[in-house]
Ligand binder design. Structure first.
Ligand code: GDD
Ligand code: MG
Length: 324
């Protein structure tokens, strides 16, 4: 089986960092979000097709420089085509059925079990679902006998949400669902296509464990905590010369002497954290610096961003090269 990953979004909810770095390459717990998402795929997947758009060339260069376990092919869009349009554009040569992944979901899903459930029940698709308190920002499914999906509403008004089971952004579809997607224009798969597929049999696959969409600053940092707690953030501890409990994941050479690290931190390459500084529950991308006695908590520092000496940066997102 092949897998198609959607990675063409603008990452608007993670601006200003996403002005320079595509969302999928923002590191969480020591590696880019996209790489954690693809870690869910079974080892026997034959090919991963990346439907790219925004900053396609940056993603293409990154996956070439950091090979994955599977052969990877990128198919860029000249104009954003939406999730359905992106599937249609990149779906030539895809397998029947195929895995479909949103590239911002951090989860503990077993995709072998998802595949087995799909093959056992039939139908045109099986969508992994996760139960949340507030389903409003997601696609929401109503379930009938055998967990057949009887209604699907994307981003419903609170009163219109048919359940609390949301589309987890991980699914298996038969190839011919792409026939239902009109070519050459922007199409939302969730809004325009999925409801019309329900009469042909679309099933839910309920996930347990953990799940998060890492598309906003708060959820990004929550996804990082989930990954570390599931030991998907590397060996843990703190880098040489630093103090504190960690865990800290480092992605290259760093200079962090006499700095203190609380829980859940990712440090990109060439990050500097000066003596007396404190960092907790944050992501510091390549070249970022935290000067003497500064504090960074609950924050995302883009490439070469800087927390100035003695300052406290809390709950902030700093774009590339920004200072606070
Ligand atoms: N190729 C391509 N082209 N990909 C796109 C485009 C596009 O025009 N627009 C968005 N994507 C990609 C994004 O990069 C992301 O990986 C995925 O499609 C979903 O887009 P998001 O913008 O993250 O959507 P969402 O989070 O609001 O909602 C989606 O995900 C939820 C779960 O996280 C929907 O699939 C919901 O139904 C679902 O519950
Ligand atoms: Mg999303």
């Amino acid at each position: 089986m092949k897998a198609l990953a959607l990675i063409g979004g603008f990452g608007t909810r993670l601006r200003p960092v996403t002005y320079s770095v595509p969302k999928q390459l923002i590191p969480i717990a020591g590696k880019p979000m996209l790489y954690h998402v693809l870690d869910l795929l079974p080892a026997d997947v034959e090919e991963v097709v990346l439907a790219t758009g925004y900053k396609a060339e940056v993603i293409d260069a990154y996956v070439r420089a950091h090979p994955l376990r599977w052969p990877v092919r990128t198919v860029p869009e000249a104009e954003p085509l939406g999730t359905g349009g992106g599937m249609k554009n990149a779906g030539g040569g895809i397998s029947d059925p195929f895995f479909l992944l949103n590239s911002d979901v951090i989860a503990s899903a077993d995709l072998n079990a998802l595949r087995a459930a799909h093959l056992a029940r039939g139908g045109v698709g099986t969508m992994a679902l996760f139960e949340v308190e507030n389903p409003q920002p997601y696609g929401v499914a109503a379930l009938g006998p055998e967990d057949r999906i009887t209604a699907f509403v994307e981003k419903p008004e609170p009163k219109d949400a048919p359940s609390r089971w949301i589309n987890a952004g991980v699914a298996i579809w038969q190839r011919d669902v792409l026939d239902a997607v009109p070519a050459g224009r922007q199409v939302s798969f969730e809004r325009e296509i999925v409801p019309g597929l329900l009469p042909r049999g679309v099933y839910g696959f309920r996930l347990g464990g953990y799940w998060e969409d890492a598309g906003t600053p708060e959820r990004l940092l929550h996804a990082q905590r989930l990954l570390f707690d599931d030991h998907r953030g590397g060996p843990g501890g703190v880098p040489n010369g630093a103090k504190g409990p960690g865990p800290v994941a480092t992605m290259g050479e760093v200079d962090v002497r006499d700095a203190t690290f609380g829980k859940y931190v990712t440090l990109g390459a060439h990050v500097t954290v000066e003596p007396g500084a404190q960092v907790e529950n944050s992501i510091l991308m390549d070249g970022a610096s935290v000067e003497r006695n500064a504090t960074v908590v609950d924050s995302l520092l883009g490439p070469n961003a800087r927390a100035r000496s003695g300052h406290r940066v809390a709950g902030q997102v700093l774009g590339e090269g920004a200072e606070a």
